[in-house]
Ligand binder design. Sequence first.
Ligand SMILES: [Zn+2]
Length: 204
Amino acid sequence: MYIAFGAKGALAWRASKRYSAPMRSDEHEPEAFANLHAPWRMEYIRLLSGSGDGCFLCHARDDAAHEAENLVLWRTAKCIVLMNRFPYAGGHLLISPLEHVGELGQVPPETLTEMMALASDSTAVLAKVLRAEGFNIGLNIGRCAGAGLPGHLHLHVVPRWNNDTNFMAVLGDVRVIPQALEELRQHLLQEGLRMKRPKALYEP
Ligand SMILES: [Zn+2]
């Protein structure tokens, strides 16, 4: 089963399940009404719309002095790994090429290889730190596929656990308090150091 990420993807999934799953009490709330109760969504929408600081991945790439604020975990020769500020689950990571490119065909093969190696390294560290028992790893290419930031490709790595029966869309767009993100970031950084992952940082 392919799982779409992003606000649009979550909505699409809910729509597809409408006849087979119990309806959530808020499913008929107009978007504006939902926003009234979730002001942090305005930040989410602002980030997705490309307004404000523009592409948050390019911003993180160019703003190396603020790794914690930008939730950056690792930088390699061709990629950057960040924590998702609006995670579907704790430890939801994003792996992105340094270049602002939105299509797979624009990403050089060696960069694609590095992205997959980083996905592997990320799962190893997440399994250790969060005792993750499974993972959803995927790309959303284009807005219709649920990409929140269609201009800059990014690979989602979402940890899963046995018996985490709630579909991740239930958690989608939830704002996690910055302190919790930073605490987890520190754990991931320390475990990465201990495990010597990502390998790209330790093996020439
Ligand atoms: Zn970008």
